[in-house]
Design a protein. Structure first.
Length: 68
């Protein structure tokens, strides 16, 4: 993720990568140096991640039966 953010900030053609990188919404410098935490952004990223996980897991378990 950080490598993608670094590429996006240096290469103009890769600017689209910056929008999907976590470090665009939770800046690493602000978090480490200034000890500033973006709580709302972090909660938003967690909510989106859980939503994607839910949808993907539903699709996987629709197609396969889990055997124990």
């Amino acid at each position: 993720m950080y490598f993608g953010n670094a590429l996006a900030s240096t290469i103009k053609e890769m600017k689209w990568l910056e929008k999907i990188c976590v470090f665009h919404y939770l800046p690493l410098v602000d978090t480490v140096v200034e000890r500033r935490v973006f709580v709302v952004n972090a909660l938003g990223i967690i909510a989106v991640s859980l939503g994607i996980l839910l949808v993907v897991s539903q699709k996987i378990f629709e197609r396969r039966d889990i055997l124990v």
